[in-house]
Design a protein around this ligand. Structure first.
Ligand code: SAH
Length: 362
């Protein structure tokens, strides 16, 4: 295709996406095919303008507490998969988790994300009690859970105990790819069932996908964008694939900052008020990856509050950053990083904002 034709296509798609917040599936794929330094700049510019209308210069923080590295699942990309016999397993006690939240509160966090492998130790009873304890200690904070696939009944109990948000990345909206990335015991349909249940119960729901993972093509990523357009999540966590040496995907290349940021911008235009983190994985593949994510349209960062002694063992992928720092350093470092690109960390629960009355598509 001649270059002018390419630019023409891109500008048409950009105007349509920014104006209507939707594209056809084939158009999403074409948009992804148009990725270049110039198109990325243009997409990011619109995305940032859109985000500023809703959130101004505020960047929300979530204090991430990685509660367990035990997992009964066997996702092919993940370092804490059960088949990785070399993984060091740990599980925080309720006391440790509550003291992470207490320390986080002092540092200005008003949202705690409890994440872990699918560890059978965390039964509904154990997890509900934990949620209630944190709720009582910090009634002005939001609790997000990220413990993978559970039954509807379990999600209901946890919601009643006081968890208001749940983060369950769909990982990929392509059922074929989902099959290639996961063991046979897992299914795309069950992942979707979980997301539907969470939404019906009343949780603020976070979805998300991995960028640049093995066998993934732009046609697959187009499906992810279509899924986000249709599902309308409250939050969407995307990050580049980063290989882990002891997994079947060890030999594959990592995803790129360019593609991840381009997708962040596209997601911001699809869903102007979505909560969109610049993830740790993005900060892992480039020293300024999270800053670049914010400049592409993200508005959330998730500093680590886990006890330093266990951080290295929540080993999802090689080279994960922030494993040697105290929680206070993590928050301070991210605060400085955000300021360096003109943004400020908010001390706020960071709920999804409604679109302002005078909202205009850019
Ligand atoms: N058990 C929980 C939490 C999983 S870990 C759940 O199933 O939701 C959190 C996220 O890390 C995963 O959803 C996945 O998208 C991401 N992740 C895991 N391994 C990764 C890798 N090698 N590269 C990039 N992201 C990875």
């Amino acid at each position: 295709m001649p270059e002018e034709q390419d630019t023409g296509d891109f500008m048409r798609l950009l105007d349509k996406l920014a104006g209507t917040h939707a594209l056809e599936l084939e158009e999403y794929e074409l948009l992804l095919d148009c990725l270049s330094p110039e198109s990325a700049r243009a997409l990011a510019q619109r995305a940032v303008a859109q985000r500023k209308q809703v959130y101004g210069n505020a960047v929300f923080t979530r204090g991430l507490i990685e509660v367990s590295s035990y997992c009964k699942n066997d996702c092919l990309y993940c370092g804490i998969r059960k088949s990785n016999s070399g993984a060091r397993r740990y599980r925080l006690t309720a006391e440790e988790i509550v003291s992470c939240a207490d320390a986080g509160y002092e540092l200005g966090f008003r949202t705690f994300v409890l994440q872990g492998g699918e560890d059978p130790f965390f039964t509904d009873k154990v997890l509900s009690e934990l949620v209630s304890r944190i709720r009582e200690a910090h009634p002005d904070c939001a609790i997000t859970l990220s413990f993978g696939e559970r039954s509807r009944k379990s999600y209901e109990l946890l919601y009643r105990a006081g968890a208001e948000r749940y983060l369950l990345r769909h990982e990929t909206a392509s059922p074929d790819l989902y099959r290639r990335w996961h063991p046979e015991s897992m299914s795309f349909d069950n992942r979707m069932r979980c997301l539907g249940d969470l939404r019906e119960i009343g949780y603020a729901v976070g979805v998300g996908f991995i960028v640049g993972a093995p066998f993934q093509a732009n046609a697959d990523l187009a499906r992810d964008l279509k899924f986000i357009e249709r599902f309308g999540p409250d939050m969407c966590g995307i990050g580049p694939f980063v290989p882990h040496h002891a997994t079947p995907f060890a030999g594959f290349a990592a995803g790129t900052v360019e593609l991840t940021c381009y997708l962040l911008s596209a997601i911001r235009l699809i869903a102007p008020n979505v909560l969109l983190p610049a993830t740790t994985a993005l900060g892992t593949i480039a020293p300024d990856g999270r800053e670049q994510g914010i400049l592409a349209g993200a508005n959330v960062v998730m500093p680590n509050l886990s006890p330093v002694v266990h951080r290295r063992d929540y080993d999802l992928y090689d080279g994960k950053i922030c494993t040697g720092e105290e929680a206070a350093e993590c928050r301070g470092c991210l605060g400085a990083r955000m300021l360096s690109v003109g943004y400020e960390l908010a001390i706020d629960r960071g709920d999804k904002a409604p679109l302002p009355a005078d909202f205009k598509s850019v």
